[in-house]
Design a protein around this ligand. Structure first.
Ligand code: PMP
Length: 458
C-alpha cells in the first residue's frame, strides 16, 4: 500500500507541477495515480476512476496492454538508445517512418521525429520558415494561429497558442506570430446559421493575411477540432474555406493533430479531407506509453527541404528514440488490428454521441456535442432552445471547477475549460463502459446542481 500522506508531503516539498496552482492545492495536496488497467485508474488511496480524458488525450488503446510492455522491453534489451543525427539511425525509427507514410494522407512521404508535440510545433515553425528561405522569400516568416489554441509550452509552442494569456507571458510571443478568432459558434455565431458562421470565421484568416501582407505570411496553424481550448467543433464549411484561402495566397497549412491524430475523430488523420501541408502528431502515436512526437511532411515541403536545401539544421537527442518508435509501432498495430479508427467512425462513435448528447436534457446543461471521441458540454445558468440566448454563470464562480471535483469524486475524470466540461475517452471503450461513463457524469451533474443551488448561484 502507498503512504499517501508522505507522498503528498514530498510532493509539496519538491515537485513544481506543470499548469498547477500550487496555492490552490493547499492542505489537500495532489491526487497520486498509481495504476491503470483498460480505461480505469487507481489512486494511492485505492479510489478507482474512469479515465474520461485518456491520460491527457493520449491513451487510445487503454492502460496495461501486455504486448506494449513486450515491445518496449524487447527494444530496451536489444538497443535502448541510439541517435538519428548525421548518418546514423535505428531500425524502429526507419520502420515507424515507413509505417507513418502508409497511414498518412496521400502525398506525405516523410516524417521528422521529436520527443513531444511542443517540439514538433517548434519544428514546424523552423521548417516553414526554412521552406520560404530556400525558395527565395526570406520575408515570408509570419505564422498565423488562433486565439484559445494550444500548441505546446516551448517558446514557439506557447507563442502559437492563445490560452489564458499564455502566449503573452514571459516576453512572448516570439516575433512573427499573430492570432485570429476561433470558430466557436456558441460564442461568436449570433444571428448566423452554423454554415454561415463557418465561412465568416474562415474569412478572419483572409483579413489577417491582407493585414499582415500576403508576401509576409508563411503558414497558418490550427487543430482540426480545438482540444484544450474546450473541444471547439468548427462548422462543416470552415475547413474547406480555410484551404481555399491558403491556396489563394500560397500559404502553407499546418494541421496540429496532436489530439486528433490516430483515430480520435474517426480517421487516422482528421485533416485529410482538407489536405494540409504539414501535420503535427504526438500523444496518440504511442498512446502516451513513451513520449514521442513529430511532423508529417508533405511532398510539397519535403521536395524543397531535401532537394533544394539538403540539410535542415534542427533536431533533438531523442528524435526517433528507438524505444519510443518500437512502442509506436506496437500501438499502431493494436489500433489497426482492433479497428479502433473504424469503431470511432462507426457504431461505437455513434453510440457515444447518442449517450453524451442525451445529457443535454439535464437542467444544468446547455449544449452537449461530440465529434468522434471528443465531446463537450456547457454548464449554463439558464437554458434556451437557441444557444445564443442561454445564460452563462458568472465566470468568477468557476462552476466548471466545482463540477470537475464532483466528477472526480464520483469516479470519472472530466476536464473543465471555464464552464465547458470535456472528455476524450480511450478509443477501446465498450458500449457498456459508455453507459457507465454517461451515468457517472449524470450523477455528478446532479451533485453539481445541488451545490450550485445550495450556494444560491441559480
Ligand atoms: N498541440 C496540441 C494540439 C496539444 O494538445 C498539445 C498538448 N496538449 C501539444 C501540441 C503539446 O504537446 P506536448 O505536451 O507533448 O508537448
Amino acid at each position: 500500500m502507498h503512504d499517501t500522506h508522505t507522498l503528498r508531503e514530498l510532493d509539496h516539498a519538491h515537485y513544481l507541477h506543470p499548469f498547477t496552482d500550487h496555492k490552490a492545492l493547499g492542505e489537500k495536496g495532489v491526487r497520486v495515480m498509481v495504476r491503470g488497467e483498460g480505461i480505469y485508474l487507481w489512486d494511492s488511496e485505492g479510489n478507482k476512476v474512469l479515465d474520461g480524458m485518456s491520460g491527457l488525450w493520449c491513451v487510445a488503446i487503454g492502460y496495461g496492454r501486455p504486448t506494449m510492455t513486450k515491445a518496449i522491453s524487447e527494444q530496451i534489451d536489444t538497443l535502448p538508445f541510439y541517435n538519428s543525427f548525421f548518418n546514423t539511425t535505428t531500425v524502429p525509427a526507419i520502420n515507424l517512418a515507413h509505417r507513418l507514410s502508409q497511414l498518412a494522407p496521400p502525398g506525405f512521404q516523410h516524417v521528422f521525429f521529436t520527443g513531444s508535440g511542443s517540439e514538433a510545433n517548434d519544428t514546424n515553425v523552423r521548417m516553414v520558415r526554412r521552406y520560404w528561405d530556400l525558395l527565395g522569400y526570406p520575408d515570408r516568416h509570419v505564422i498565423i494561429s488562433r486565439n484559445n489554441a494550444y500548441h505546446g509550452s516551448t517558446m514557439a509552442g506557447a507563442s502559437l497558442g492563445g490560452m489564458s494569456g499564455m502566449h503573452e507571458q514571459g516576453g512572448l510571443p516570439i516575433p512573427g506570430i499573430v492570432h485570429i478568432g476561433q470558430p466557436n459558434y456558441c460564442e461568436s455565431g449570433v444571428g448566423m446559421t452554423r454554415d454561415e458562421f463557418g465561412v465568416k470565421a474562415a474569412s478572419w484568416l483572409e483579413e489577417k493575411i491582407l493585414d499582415v501582407g500576403a508576401d509576409k505570411v508563411a503558414a497558418f496553424i490550427a487543430e482540426p477540432v480545438q482540444g484544450a481550448g474546450g473541444v471547439v467543433i468548427p462548422p462543416d464549411t470552415y475547413w474547406p474555406e480555410i484551404r481555399r484561402i491558403c491556396d489563394k495566397y500560397g500559404i502553407l497549412l499546418i494541421a496540429d493533430e496532436v489530439i486528433t491524430g490516430f483515430g480520435r475523430l474517426g480517421r487516422w488523420f482528421a485533416s485529410e479531407p482538407y489536405k494540409p501541408d504539414l501535420i503535427t502528431f504526438a500523444k496518440g502515436v504511442t498512446s502516451g506509453y513513451i513520449p514521442l512526437g513529430g511532423v508529417l511532411v508533405s511532398d510539397r515541403v519535403a521536395d524543397v527541404l531535401i532537394r533544394q536545401g539538403g540539410e535542415f539544421n534542427h533536431g533533438f537527442t531523442y528524435s526517433g528514440h528507438p524505444v519510443a518508435c518500437a512502442a509506436a509501432l506496437e500501438n499502431l498495430r493494436i489500433i489497426e488490428s482492433e479497428n479502433l479508427v473504424g469503431r470511432v467512425a462507426g457504431e461505437t462513435g455513434a453510440y457515444l454521441k447518442q449517450q453524451f448528447t442525451a445529457l443535454a436534457d439535464h437542467p444544468l446543461v446547455g449544449v452537449a456535442e461530440t465529434c468522434g471521441f471528443v465531446a463537450g458540454l456547457n454548464l449554463v445558468k439558464r437554458k434556451a432552445e437557441n444557444v445564443h440566448y442561454q445564460v452563462a454563470f458568472d465566470p468568477a464562480l468557476a462552476v466548471g471547477m466545482v463540477c470537475r471535483a464532483h466528477m472526480f469524486n464520483n469516479g470519472v475524470i472530466m476536464r473543465a475549460v471555464g464552464d465547458r466540461m470535456i472528455i476524450a475517452p480511450p478509443l477501446v471503450m465498450t458500449h457498456a463502459q459508455i453507459d457507465e461513463m454517461a451515468g457517472l457524469i449524470r450523477h455528478a451533474l446532479d451533485l453539481t446542481l445541488a451545490e450550485v443551488k445550495q450556494r444560491g448561484w441559480l
